[in-house]
Design a protein. Structure first.
Length: 310
């Protein structure tokens, strides 16, 4: 049985730091996940562990280092899914959680599918997940980025339309850094996970595709998919489910990823990308933004070390 793992560290125009550091973080997450798969661990454990590692890495826009909302808050989104049973769990707009992906997994193991805001936070505490401090999630760089934005907003003369000045359009080219992983385990089961702080300077309460099943992540018996990009367009086009369906209808993993991104380009203006794995361990990676940081190992190619790309 083939095993494989693919991770991404976000897509966009300008990364919020040197691309090599983004690639290295993805490689580390892949190595961690690969060890779990080689030891016979589940795809679900693998994607959770890989995404937790990326959430802990402050250069990515997820967990520690997540970008700020227009009113200076950190509101996190994450989703996880297992392909064989279609078990799925997600959290949106949750605060003070170090590892939103693990909270999403707890939701998956409960009768719920998606919990948001205060309810998600209360559920975390019920599950024994301690709340962290705001400062534990905040990095100096993200704070600086936010302060610069506020100064820019304050210097503008135009009247405001909203209480909070948000990015004029979700299609802005602000720095990204959402993280995600897909894996195939020795039992032939696929899983997918995505975690993000959402778009920089987002309106409070705004939710993108990342915690929405079928939009920012999806897994079934044919494919596992994790997405990154301008979430509003990924939502309207159900990008993750669309990609899995291409595989279900016979497309090769690579073709499925490319066809889905072609639909994104043809039907919307948003940019971004996705990683995809099928049950044979074939990998599909496609994006129409300037870059999408990613790394993978698959037993199909007898690799010793992760391959990275941007
Ligand atoms: N898809 C994420 C969102 O819209 C952002 C990203 O992937 O960069 O919240």
């Amino acid at each position: 049985m083939p095993i494989a793992i693919v991770v991404h560290g976000g897509a966009g125009k300008t990364p919020a730091g040197p691309l090599e550091a983004f690639q290295e973080g993805c490689k580390e997450a892949v190595r961690l996940g690969w060890r779990i798969l080689e030891d016979g661990g589940s795809a679900l454990d693998t994607v959770e562990a890989a995404v937790r590692a990326l959430e802990d890495n402050p250069i990515y826009n997820a967990g520690t280092g997540a970008s700020l909302t227009a009113n200076g808050n950190i509101e996190l989104d994450a989703g996880i899914m297992e392909g064989q049973t279609l078990r799925v769990g997600a959290v949106a707009d949750v605060e003070l959680i170090k590892h939103p992906i693990s909270l999403a997994r707890k939701v998956m193991e409960s009768p719920h599918v998606l919990l948001v805001g205060k309810g998600a936070q209360e559920f975390a505490q019920e599950q024994g997940i301690a709340l962290c401090k705001f400062e534990d999630l905040l990095t100096e760089q993200r704070h600086k980025q936010w302060k610069e934005k506020q100064a820019e907003v304050a210097s503008k003369q135009e009247p405001r339309f909203h209480r909070y000045e948000v990015n004029p359009s979700p299609r802005s080219e602000e720095k990204h850094g959402t993280v995600g992983a897909v894996a195939l385990d020795t039992a032939g089961i696929l899983a997918a996970a995505t975690s993000t702080g959402g778009t920089f300077n987002k309106y409070l309460g705004r939710v993108g595709d990342s915690p929405l099943v079928g939009c920012g992540f999806y897994a079934d018996e044919n494919a596992a998919v994790s997405c990154t990009g301008e979430g509003e367009d990924f939502i309207r086009l159900l990008i993750a489910k669309r990609a899995a369906d291409f595989v279900g209808n016979g497309a090769h993993a690579r073709e499925a990823a490319e066809k889905t991104i072609a639909v994104l380009g043809a039907k919307a203006h948003g940019t971004g990308g996705l990683i995809l794995l099928d049950r044979q361990g074939n990998i599909g990676i496609a994006w129409n933004s300037q870059y999408m940081v990613h790394a993978y190992i698959t037993s199909n190619q007898e690799m010793q070390e992760p391959t990275t790309g941007i």
